[in-house]
Write a protein that binds this ligand. Structure first.
Ligand SMILES: *[C@@H]1O[C@H](CO)[C@@H](O)[C@H](O)[C@H]1NC(C)=O
Ligand SMILES: *[C@@H]1O[C@H](CO)[C@@H](O)[C@H](O)[C@H]1NC(C)=O
Ligand SMILES: *[C@@H]1O[C@H](CO)[C@@H](O)[C@H](O)[C@H]1NC(C)=O
Ligand SMILES: *[C@@H]1O[C@H](CO)[C@@H](O)[C@H](O)[C@H]1NC(C)=O
Length: 353
């Protein structure tokens, strides 16, 4: 027998199963979306989980049906960001990035002397591609350099078509008799221009004046210019103090101003001296006097130690000072030994005979 109460009860339970066992709003997963998305689903209704654009999962989407139990099955879907191709290296530049995943942006800078051909940042798109395309660093280039007045390009080789690249150099040369001011070498800078150009200027030198007791020769021209030369000489017993040849410098002056200096008459009649490292007889070597600038060393005696040492002196414009320690004996004092015949005080100082 079935009690009417039981019938009533089972009828109630049946109603609950049909109307009450719905599935709840499905769990939200990171980077995934549910279609259709509702607050409840009747048993038998289907939903599809899939990753949002820019994200992927192993195995693709998941499809679920709301079961009679009203409980969604456990969902293991895991969506991860798409990864764009490696972009961590930029030749002649650098890349700032955290990861190469969607939806990150990376940025670029070029080293000095290079500029970006492209944009300074790129985004990893939903499709896993860089947008816009990755840039490259290209070297700055300089147009052909202008040639300064009175100059020629001595060294120049464009390395990028008609242009030069960063750090390329060119070298100028002035036309004859023009002097260069500034650096003869220019360099293509990181700004795409050249370093400062040199200047080639005409430089005049005054006519050199004749030295006393001598002469000077120079080109028979109306003006003497940079790099022109003059040569000097002296009469007879005079010696040139300075170089024989001088040159007109870029400052408009001569490289030197030689003069003629008188030779020295010797007051000593007889002596052996050191001249250019050798022992010579003064009266023979310098029969016609000593020339300006000549140096000799006289021998002197150290009476206590009974040895000899030398002292140097020089002919300066007609004057020579004989060392005070030097003693010239009278030709009658034949018993006296000359200093140059006495053994040297120090072996070290003795020069070859
Ligand atoms: C810059 O990039 C574009 C596109 O890649 C290319 O056509 C162009 O020649 C490049 N320019 C230089 C100066 O490298
Ligand atoms: C270089 O310059 C010349 C003359 O201006 C021109 O005819 C030529 O096309 C240029 N070459 C390049 C590679 O730019
Ligand atoms: C000239 O320039 C070159 C290259 O730019 C540099 O190396 C050199 O030191 C400069 N010379 C002088 C005298 O300034
Ligand atoms: C080259 O360009 C830079 C930047 O524009 C500027 O500062 C510099 O003065 C220029 N140099 C020369 C020699 O013109």
């Amino acid at each position: 027998m079935i009690s009417p109460v039981l019938i009533l009860l089972s009828g109630f339970l049946c109603h609950v199963a049909n109307a009450g066992r719905t599935c709840p709003q499905p769990e939200e997963l990171p980077f995934a979306e549910v279609v259709p998305f509702k607050t409840f689903y009747l048993p038998g209704e289907q939903i599809v989980y899939s990753c949002k654009p820019g994200y992927v999962s192993r195995g693709g989407m998941r499809r679920f049906t709301c079961p009679l139990s009203g409980m969604w099955p456990i969902n293991t879907l895991k969506c991860t960001p798409r990864v764009c191709p490696f972009a961590g290296i930029l030749e002649h530049g650098s890349v700032r990035y955290t990861t190469f995943e969607y939806p990150n942006t990376i940025s670029f800078t070029c080293n000095p002397g290079f500029y970006l051909n492209g944009t300074n940042s790129a985004k990893c798109t939903e499709e896993g591609k860089w947008s816009p395309e990755l840039p490259v660093c290209v070297p700055m280039s300089c147009p052909p350099p202008p040639t300064p007045k009175f100059a020629t390009l001595r060294v120049y080789k464009p390395s990028a078509g008609n242009n030069s690249l960063y750090r390329d150099t060119a070298v100028f040369e002035c036309l004859p008799h023009r002097a260069m001011f500034g650096n003869d070498t220019i360099t293509c800078t990181e700004h795409g221009n050249w370093t400062e150009l040199p200047e080639c200027r005409e430089v005049k030198c005054p006519f050199p004046s004749r030295p006393d007791n001598g002469f000077v020769n120079y080109p028979a021209k109306q003006v003497l210019l940079y790099k022109d030369k003059a040569t000097y000489g002296c009469h007879d017993t005079y010696a040139l103090d300075g170089p024989e040849e001088v040159e007109c410098t870029k400052l408009g002056t001569w490289s030197a101003q030689p003069s003629c200096k008188a030779s020295c008459k010797l007051s000593v009649r007889k002596a052996t001296v050191l001249y250019q490292g050798a022992r010579v007889k003064l009266q023979e070597q310098f029969k016609n006097g000593m020339m300006h600038g000549d140096r000799v060393s006289f021998f002197c005696k150290n009476k206590e130690k009974k040895c000899s040492y030398t002292e140097e002196t020089q002919c300066v414009d007609g004057t020579i000072e004989i060392p005070k320690c030097f003693k010239e004996h009278s030709s009658l004092a034949f018993w006296k030994t000359d200093a140059w015949d006495v053994k040297p005080c120090s072996e070290d100082l003795q020069t070859q005979n």
